[in-house]
Ligand binder design. Structure first.
Ligand code: BES
Ligand code: ZN
Ligand code: ZN
Length: 460
């Protein structure tokens, strides 16, 4: 029912004034009613892609308030950005802001949902070609991130490991990616005992999901993206408190971002070999669950004393990282909602980045600022490794309270060998309750954009 939805357009025009301030005019333009909003974007010298993204997001929110379903924005490049980057950021902001997770909600009473169903970017004629390019790129990236958000939003009883695998296989089929999915038998053949140990307390089978984008010559060293796909984290026998536990359906956010990024990378036909790897499991409690004190083996051969079953992310990731390492990659980047400690350290405005290769860390920081999904470095000095010593196994899975996000990364580092590797701890940034203009409460899809920008930045 379109009842109260106004069939007209909002045209948002950028004004170099206070960001967020806006005024509305309604000139009687020939060809139909158009409302024009003059929307502040900030001073010329302060303009960044993220400013344009938020500006576009706010234009969508204003249209929603007015119950208008079509938005255009008029923008001029600024802040030293080209027309392509400007248009890309605006397209991202529009498409991300318009996304909503509706698939599990019945028809609403009263007014229909004021969703914006179409959005346009308008630029002066001289920017036509580059602007068009930017809009195409930004739309693809936003679609990838929106796919990640949809997967994140699905609850644990829907988005199980096998569901994530089915979704991965579906996009592979659609986009010409190669997919390999391992279930329990395949995981046993691969000796992925750490992933199997986490899943053994659950009725849901684990999966290892592998998607390959073959954009360059076979044999050229791939970039590997690894994402934690823990579809519900109750903590296992080291059970979490009830309050807020429902948020742990988001513990697959890293995996969702990797799948979203792989979708976008395939659609953009990036001329590189790129592989996405998502280990996926639940972390529940049962008579079969792994117990504190148990010692398990891992694909690498290293043995692990599981002191706390809630530090399960590093267990499923260590097998996936060892598997990735076997692909002789140019670099591995993993992302995971790995620790509460990173939220204490950085809050909700940046992911932590840690790694074995300073150049790679710098590349990720740069991709973070281009994409607006920022990450900030924490040290990974060898001294931290001592906190993981076990008297009876090669490693313990928790390093105590001091430097919790760092010791988690130090654990992962044990499994990547000499491959340039970096880790993004996204526990504070993948979802939340204080959204930016182009986000909504809940799933943010972060760091899909960062991953795509990083991969794009590696194109020679
Ligand atoms: N999935 C959690 C980390 C998490 C915490 C994500 C808060 C999002 C928000 C992870 O598996 C976990 O439980 N980590 C423990 C590790 C601890 C036992 C060493 C944590 O951070 O408390
Ligand atoms: Zn946990
Ligand atoms: Zn977890």
């Amino acid at each position: 029912m379109l009842g109260s939805r106004v069939r007209e357009r909002v045209l948002a025009v950028d004004v170099r004034s206070q960001p967020g301030e806006w005024t509305l005019t309604q000139p009687g333009i020939a060809g139909g009613p158009v409302r024009v909003v003059f929307l502040g974007i900030g001073k010329e010298e302060d303009l960044t892609p993220e400013r344009f993204r938020r500006f576009a997001g706010q234009a969508v929110r204003i249209a929603e308030q007015m119950r208008v379903d079509e938005v255009s924005v008029y923008v001029r490049p600024g802040g030293g950005l080209g027309a392509r980057e400007t248009a890309q950021a605006v397209a991202e902001g529009l498409a991300l802001a318009a996304w909503r997770f509706t698939e599990l909600k019945g028809p609403e009473d009263g007014l229909p949902t004021p969703d914006v169903s179409s959005a346009h970017v308008t630029m002066d004629a001289e920017y036509r070609e580059q602007g068009g390019d930017g809009v195409r790129i930004g739309s693809v990236i936003a679609r990838g991130e929106n796919f990640a958000r949809t997967l994140q939003s699905r609850p644990g009883n829907v988005a199980t490991p096998s569901h994530l695998a089915d979704e991965a296989a579906r996009i592979a089929e659609e986009l010409g990616l190669t997919s390999t999915i391992l279930g329990p038998a395949g995981l046993r053949d691969e000796r992925m005992h750490a992933l199997l140990a986490v899943s053994q307390g659950s009725e849901e089978e684990p999966r290892l999901i592998v998607l390959e984008h073959r954009g360059a010559e076979d044999g050229s060293p791939p970039l590997v993206l690894v994402g934690k796909g823990l579809t519900f984290d109750a903590g296992g026998i080291s059970i979490k408190p009830a309050k807020g536990m429902e948020e742990m359906k988001f513990d697959m956010s890293g995996g969702a971002a990797v799948l979203g990024a792989m979708q976008a990378i395939a659609e953009l036909q990036v001329p590189l070999q790129v592989i996405g790897v998502v280990p996926s499991s639940e972390n529940l409690l049962s008579g079969k669950a792994v117990k504190p004190g148990d010692i398990i083996s891992s694909r690498s051969g290293k043995t692990i004393e599981v002191v706390n079953t809630d530090a399960e992310g590093r267990l499923i990731l260590c097998d996936a990282l060892d598997y990735a390492r076997g692909m002789s990659p140019a670099a591995i980047v993993d992302c995971a909602t790995l620790t509460g400690a990173v939220v204490v350290g950085l809050g909700h405005h940046a992911a932590a980045v840690l790694g074995t290769d300073d150049e790679l860390v710098e590349e990720l920081r740069a991709a973070g600022s281009t994409s607006g999904e920022r990450c900030w470095p924490l040290p990974l000095w060898s001294e931290y490794r001592k906190q993981l010593d076990s008297p009876i196994a090669d490693l313990v899975n928790v390093g105590g309270r001091p430097g919790g996000a760092i010791t988690a990364a130090a654990f992962l580092r044990e499994f990547v060998g000499d491959v340039p590797w970096a880790h993004l701890d996204i526990a504070g940034t993948a979802y939340g309750t204080e959204p930016l203009p182009y986000q909504r409460k809940g799933a943010y899809g972060s760091p899909t954009r960062l991953l795509v920008e990083w991969v794009r930045s590696r194109v020679p």
